[in-house]
Structure formats: C-alpha cells, structure tokens
Design a protein. Structure first.
Length: 292
C-alpha cells in the first residue's frame, strides 16, 4: 500500500450509522453525525498511516491544539481556560470570552493556520453584536460567570438520571445480571459521565457535589435492591465504591501530576499557586489538599 501509493477502493467502503446530534431536528439530514464502520484491513491501514502522520507532524502543531495530540486532552484546555479566568478574579480583573461554534469545523479547518509555530492575531468580528451570557458550554462543560459550576452539575445530575432510567432493566431488581456486571455498568457508563473533567470543577461547593453523591447512593441501592433501613455508607463499603468526591480527588491527583510534568508550552503557562492559601479557595488544586 505504502510502496505503491495505492489504497484499494474496497477498503474505502464503510457501513455508515447516523447518530442524531443532541438538540437537533431528527428531520434534517444535517442533524446526524455519520459513524463509519470500516473493515479490519482498513483499520489496520489507518493505524499504519496515522503513525506516519504523527511522526511527520511531531513538534509542528501549535501548542494550543488539545483535541487529538498524544498526552493532551480537552480537560487540560478546560483547566487552562478556567485557571486563567480564576487568576484574573483573584486580581480583581474583569474577563470576557468569545466562543465560536463552527459548523462542520473539521471540513473547514484552516490547515496553514493549524501549522503556524507563532500565535496568529485574534479574530475580528464586524457588524455583529456579541451578546453577554451568564453561562456557556465549552468542551462539554457549562461555564457560568462566576465559575461555580452549579449549572454544569445540575445538568450532569439530570443527564445521569436519564441514562440511569434507560439502564434500569439491567440495574433494577428484576435484572438477571450478576452484581459484578451491574457494578461494571455503573463504573464504565454512569460514573465517567458524572466525573468528566472533574479535576476542573470538582472543587465546587459541597452542596453541588452532594447531588452527584445522591445519584451514586441511589444507584448503589438499586444495584443490590437494598432495604430502606440499610445506610448508604455500609452499601458503598460492601461494594467498594468510594464517595464521588473521593473518586474525584483520586482523578485530580493523577491529572495534576501529569500537568506538573508536562512539556507542552501552553500547559506550562497555566497559572500555579499554593492551594492552601485561603485566597485560592475553590480553585481546582484545592482538591489535592489532604482532608479537604
């Protein structure tokens, strides 16, 4: 394939499964995200080509591209953004942000700009007002004007409750699944949904986090069909499920260890601070404090 620069047409054939985008009209073809199921040989060819692309672009992408490069993630970009805003709040500054949601962005990406080693001038918008909003969704996280994450956690609570309802036939009292498989479903589907990017928002007020704790408690009781008089802490102990906040702290420790040892320029420029400083209360790194 590589020697003759030839990719067989049959390898390009795929079974396309349309997935409806959240909040979009099911009657508009453009509302669906096509998921292509390729043959095994196509997937092997993809991995071979990807390895060579990665080698050819190593060190040539701007350091602010977090979506797909190795050892980079959207959670790191979320931390970079929110810590910069929080740093400004601590200094008494006002911060404004403009978020652009570009339709079919992958098809319209400016390739030369993506490879440009320097930071280009900021975009300029003419004749169109940019209205202030109290919150916005960015990389899957709802950011509010004070970064309390109250609305984000409320959204997680609602979404998790909806997913849990759909999983009830598998997790409920009449399910034939083993206890081990029920726990596996919770840990691989529900809990990751609740804790996505939690190192960024996990230091939110305990009253907000408690909603997620309640979700886990209800799910745990459902998994074992617990009687009303059995306390939640005993159920979690028997199932070896840590409280949500404890799990978030474990995720944060691993995440910030990677942040502190990262070589990416943009990550190295994320503001650092002493989390024990009372003036830094509710900043993400306070999750690292013992007993917090």
């Amino acid at each position: 394939m590589l020697q003759f620069n030839y990719f067989p047409n049959v390898w390009k054939s795929a079974i396309v499964v349309p997935i409806l985008k959240p909040g979009k009209s099911p009657y508009d073809p453009g509302s669906y995200r096509p998921i292509s199921l390729l043959s095994a040989l196509s997937k092997i060819a993809e991995s071979v080509i990807l390895k060579r692309i990665v080698e050819a672009t190593e060190g040539k992408l701007i350091p602010f591209q977090f979506g797909f490069p190795k050892q980079l993630s959207t959670v790191q970009q979320l931390l970079r953004l929110t810590e910069t805003v929080k740093e400004g709040m601590d200094e008494g500054w006002d911060t404004g942000a403009v978020f652009l949601d570009i339709a079919k962005a992958f098809d319209r990406v400016w390739t030369d700009g993506l490879l440009y080693r320097k930071v280009p001038d900021p975009p300029k918008l003419y004749r169109r007002a940019i209205h202030w909003r109290k919150d916005t969704k960015y990389l899957g996280i709802t950011l509010d004007s004070r970064l309390t994450y109250e609305k984000h956690i409320n959204n997680i609570f609602k979404q998790t409750r909806s997913v849990k309802a759909r999983l009830y036939p598998l997790l409920g009292r009449n399910s034939k699944l083993s206890l081990q498989n029920k726990l596996l479903l919770y840990k691989t589907i529900l809990r990751p949904k609740m804790t996505y990017a939690s190192p960024v928002w996990g230091a939110a007020a305990h009253s907000h986090i408690q909603k997620l704790e309640a979700t886990q408690n209800i799910t745990a009781r459902q998994i074992i069909n617990a009687q009303w008089f059995i306390r939640n802490r005993y159920i979690l102990k028997d199932l070896r499920l840590p409280p949500v906040l404890s799990h978030v702290k474990d995720l944060a420790k691993k995440f910030f260890h990677g942040i502190d040892n990262h070589t990416n320029q943009a990550i190295q420029e994320i503001p650092t601070y002493d989390p024990s400083n009372p003036g830094k209360k509710k900043r993400p790194r306070t999750l690292l404090l013992p007993g917090n």
